[in-house]
Design a protein around this ligand. Structure first.
Ligand code: PBG
Length: 325
């Protein structure tokens, strides 16, 4: 048979396939999300997120040590706060005896070489369960910014490397940049949740933190899943306000948005492979419907192929283990 072009020639051996591989994903590009609770000796599995735990600081330090041994150098830390510490102004987020701030300090003094990223939003500390300040049933954008700034300065003082504003208030990147610069934290970076969608796929995360909204939803601040040009507008704003890294969230359902921001910005693009995306794969694997290792690697490589430079994923540890083999 006369067939001039035979693409299969470029797939004929493992060596050739590896040579011609267009996308590679290094463990150095992964950020591992971890949940922390106050207390001692706690390793409490999140029911809707098999293999993920709420850790107390003592055990979290051991967990991070074992992840460092696998090559993971980037971590994003989320606090699960007891209900009685929550109020409508999220005052616990910047209080002196806050266990999350204390943990940031301890983790960074124990492992100064790693990158530690925070979450900046009111929801883990808010009695309303919203990312912004609630007044008369509405999210008050401008009243939220000073609260986020107090939270940010407290995290910067504790030694965080990168703050991660996930609240989607207008103007917050510039406001937080200015607040940090004024206090002398010019080297503390901002990874902005630039295109954060109002997604059903955050459900397991809200179980982990008990942070679901008490009333209403997040649609007046998080983006409509139907939109993508709006993501470019958000990216332009965050860039002009001083963001160092832009993020798209969720990841696998928004690969087109990742690609769009990669093409429209010179900043590094992060993608958050969120709790629901990971949990649905885990659930299918536990039922025997999918092969966990293969499906997980394919999910991560698809996010990198779309243009993500950095991936926040609950699979980071398992991926790092696989790469060691
Ligand atoms: C809170 C925040 C959320 C996530 C990260 N930061 C939840 C939300 O906006 O309701 C979700 C992460 C995940 O689902 O893995 N500001």
């Amino acid at each position: 048979m006369q067939i001039l072009n035979r693409p299969r020639r470029n797939r004929k051996s493992t060596a050739i396939r590896e040579m011609l591989c267009e996308t590679r994903l290094d463990v150095a590009q992964l950020v591992y999300p971890l949940f922390i609770v106050d207390g001692n000796g706690i390793q409490d599995e999140v029911k809707s997120m098999p293999g993920n735990y709420r850790w107390s600081l003592d055990l979290l330090l051991k967990e991070i040590e074992s992840c460092i041994a696998l090559g993971i150098q980037q971590y994003v830390l989320f606090p699960a706060v007891e209900e009685h510490l929550k109020d409508n102004i999220a005052s616990y987020s910047y209080s002196n005896d806050n266990f999350y701030l204390n943990a940031i300090n301890k983790i960074k003094t124990t492992f100064p070489q790693i990158t530690l990223i925070s979450d900046v939003a009111m929801d883990p500390y808010s009695s309303d369960g919203h990312d912004g300040f609630v007044a008369n049933g509405q999210i008050d954008n401008d009243a939220t910014l000073p609260i986020l700034a107090q939270m940010t300065i407290a995290q910067a003082q504790a030694g965080i490397d990168i703050i991660g504003p996930s609240d989607m208030m207008d103007g917050r990147v510039g406001f937080l940049r200015q607040a940090m610069d004024k206090e002398g934290f010019v080297n503390t970076s901002i990874m902005s949740y630039t295109a954060k969608y109002a997604s059903a796929y955050y459900g397991p995360f809200r179980d982990a933190l008990d942070s679901a909204p008490k009333a209403g939803d997040k649609k007046t601040y998080q983006m409509n899943p139907a939109n993508k040009m709006e993501a470019v507008r958000e990216a332009n704003l965050d860039e002009s306000e001083g963001a160092d890294i832009l993020m798209v969230k969720p990841a696998i359902l928004y690969l087109d948005v990742i690609q769009l921001l990669k093409q429209n910005s010179n900043l590094p693009i992060a993608a958050y492979n969120v709790s629901g995306e990971c949990s649905m794969l885990m659930a299918a694997a536990q039922k025997g419907y999918l092969n966990y290792e293969a499906a997980m690697q394919e999910m991560l490589i698809s996010i990198a192929r779309a243009g993500a430079d950095i991936i926040l994923t609950y699979f980071a540890k398992d991926y790092a283990r696989l790469m060691k083999k």
